[in-house]
Write a protein that binds this ligand. Structure first.
Ligand SMILES: Cc1ncc(COP(=O)(O)O)c(C=O)c1O
Length: 380
């Protein structure tokens, strides 16, 4: 039983497997690197995938969606492509290393200054704390939409409103929310949105993206062939080619297209309702077990389907091993690439066991997990 959807979602919708295989078997070309009907088909897939992603996030101009390998690549492009050096940046204390490491790199190499807004022990962020730290030199606010450790959803819309008022661009890491929580970049005042294809979007690994609002011009992270404007010595200035050097991952884009199609047919709101129900059950049942400590808010509406917990006196690695070996349940333990979030909830030294649900999990899965945790508490 798979309860590690925050790492990558599994299984994928059947349509995704079919789309990847069909693309590899029957199209098989590199877009922009030849001519003929298969190339036209390949271009169509990319165009449709980009358009679908844009409409999922309320993006008006699909050419502002850049395909990347994953959210990490997208965040690196946004952070390193936007900041020139010496600027002040605001972020939060629950960021993933995909945000934190590029920032720390720029702090060392380009002298940027980082202010980390402390979230409380439930992972909640106060918008007034963000406002208090805005300065004349603040050039960017970068924040996750939901913590991949605590599950807490951060008030992106309110921070977006604040950022807009001060004329500061807002970059959002939607790795844990794209496909599981409705996102509209216009309504939420998001200037840049980084997403990954293989988690809530239900697509394959190796594809993600970055939305960049018109008016924001990023320095490319990677330079090289785009299959167009080959006479130019520099990257073409047009979007999205400027940021898509090198052969695109066509099979993954075909899979992502099928996945987003699936999501739009089933509705992100419906998937969200399902995950909230499972998470509420999980929180309620885990709380009943005496030796179990659950982190974060008890209201499933305030979080994504990610729940971290610990069993008093048992290492998270042992709990995860027992769940897998004794009960066939796959979860993740440790620091989850987000040490700051663990410092925020006081688990930096130990880490946690993280359970994360997906659209194909059921209430039975949750009760099986809870029963397994009860049994581990009895024997360990
Ligand atoms: C909050 C958050 N940001 C960024 C990432 C990075 O995603 P990817 O590994 O797909 O680049 C993850 C994935 O674990 C995440 O949970």
């Amino acid at each position: 039983m798979y309860l590690n959807n925050a790492a990558t979602s599994y299984p994928k919708p059947e349509e995704v497997y079919h789309a990847v295989i069909d693309c590899m078997r029957n199209i098989g070309v590199s877009v922009g690197r030849g001519s003929g009907s298969q190339f036209v088909e390949a271009e169509k897939i990319i165009y449709e995938a980009r358009t679908l992603v844009a409409s999922l996030f309320g993006i008006k101009d699909a050419s502002r969606v850049i395909f990347t390998y994953n959210a990490t690549h997208a965040l690196n492009l946004a952070i390193k492509g936007f900041l020139k050096g010496g600027e002040h940046v605001i972020t939060t204390s629950v960021e993933h290393n995909a945000v934190w490491r590029p920032l720390k790199h720029l702090e060392r190499t380009k002298g940027i200054e980082i202010t980390v807004i402390q979230c409380d022990s439930y992972g909640k962020l106060k918008v007034s704390d963000v406002e208090r730290h805005i300065r004349k030199e603040t050039k960017l606010i970068v924040m996750t939409h939901a913590s991949n450790v605590i599950g807490t959803i951060l008030p992106v819309e309110e921070v977006g409103e604040l950022a807009r008022r001060y004329g500061i661009p807002l970059l959002v890491d939607a790795a844990q929310t794209a496909g599981t929580v409705p996102i509209d970049v216009e309504e939420m005042n998001i200037d840049m949105l980084a997403f990954t294809g293989h988690k809530g979007l239900l697509g394959p690994q190796g594809i993600g993206g970055l939305y960049v609002r018109e008016g924001i011009d990023l320095e490319p992270l990677i330079h090289g062939g785009t299959g167009s404007h080959s006479h130019l010595e520099e990257q073409p200035p047009t979007m999205p080619e400027k940021h898509e050097a090198g052969t695109l991952n066509l099979p993954a884009i075909a899979g992502l297209k099928a996945a987003v199609d699936f999501l739009m047919q089933h509705g992100v709101e419906r998937i969200r309702e399902h995950e909230v129900t499972l998470t509420q059950t999980l929180l309620r049942e885990l709380k009943k077990i005496e030796r179990v400590r659950v982190y974060g808010t008890t209201d499933a509406r305030e979080r994504v389907g990610v729940v971290s917990f610990n069993i008093d006196g048992v290492k998270p690695s042992e709990v995860a091993m027992m769940l897998e070996n004794g009960f066939g349940i796959i979860v993740r333990y440790g620091l989850h690439c987000a040490p700051m979030a663990h410092r925020t909830i006081g688990t930096f030294n130990t880490g946690t066991v993280r359970v994360s649900v997906g659209p194909f999990n059921t209430e039975e899965d949750i009760f099986a997990l809870v029963k397994a945790v009860q049994e581990i508490c009895e024997i360990a």
